[in-house]
Design a protein around this ligand. Structure first.
Ligand code: GDP
Length: 202
């Protein structure tokens, strides 16, 4: 897919404030510092996009970007259950959680995971919650340029082993790097195919 047009549409605090659910949506989340902004900028070919709307006070918002006048790329606030103060966690669950659970036009939620770290309870718990609620999601292992291919495969293998204890099959998985642009084509191709299926179904 060629990204021709990228337009910032809205920064919403909660599901009710989001644009009407009439276009296919692909959302991105993960623990903070996982490389979400860098990945969004890499995918859209716009080095400053993900930071643009993050003005003070808006950092916890659900940001919609209209791509090619056809689909929404949605930048969700990151999570980090264990380390989040109680109030912030409650707010996250209320605003972002309800978006994830109830957004009817959400085609796929990309869960970003730092490829360098061991399986984290908060990520596993989050994906478990997605599974229980039948939310379609895919994993993106980020920052692949920071470790060797061998280590990357080893770390992902470890993740898979843990997940297969509770999952019958593994979710769609991508490996990305905002530095080398690894994964860009694969992720955009996946989105393009999903947009076409959404169009056929509606
Ligand atoms: P966010 O908090 O999830 O939006 O993460 P950012 O995109 O702001 O990235 C956090 C840090 O990781 C920054 O210092 C980025 O430069 C760095 N980073 C993000 N993605 C990559 C990547 O693919 N490769 C490398 N080497 N660094 C990355």
């Amino acid at each position: 897919m060629i990204i021709g047009n990228v337009k910032f549409v809205s920064a919403s605090l909660g599901l009710a404030k989001c644009p009407p659910p009439v276009r296919p949506e692909f959302a991105f989340t993960g623990r903070s510092n996982v490389g979400k902004s860098s990945l969004i900028n890499m995918l859209t070919g716009n080095r400053k996009l993900a930071k643009i709307s993050q003005t003070p006070g808006k950092t916890r918002s659900i940001n919609h970007y209209l791509i090619n006048n056809e689909w929404y790329l949605v930048d969700l606030p990151g999570y980090g259950y264990a380390r989040m103060p109680y109030n912030q966690r409650k707010k996250w669950l209320k605003e972002t959680g309800s978006y994830i659970l109830k957004r009817e036009s959400l085609v796929c939620l990309f869960v970003l995971i730092d490829i360098r770290i061991k399986p984290q309870a908060s990520d596993l718990r989050f994906m478990e919650m997605l599974g229980i609620n039948h939310i379609p999601f895919a994993r993106i292992f980020t920052k692949s340029d920071k470790i060797s291919r061998y280590r990357a495969a080893e770390n992902i293998g470890e993740y898979d082993k843990v997940m297969l204890k509770t999952w019958e099959e593994l979710p769609t998985t991508f490996i990305s790097s905002a530095v080398t642009c690894a994964g860009r084509e694969e992720i955009l191709k996946f989105i393009e195919q999903s947009v076409n299926i959404f169009r056929k179904d509606t």
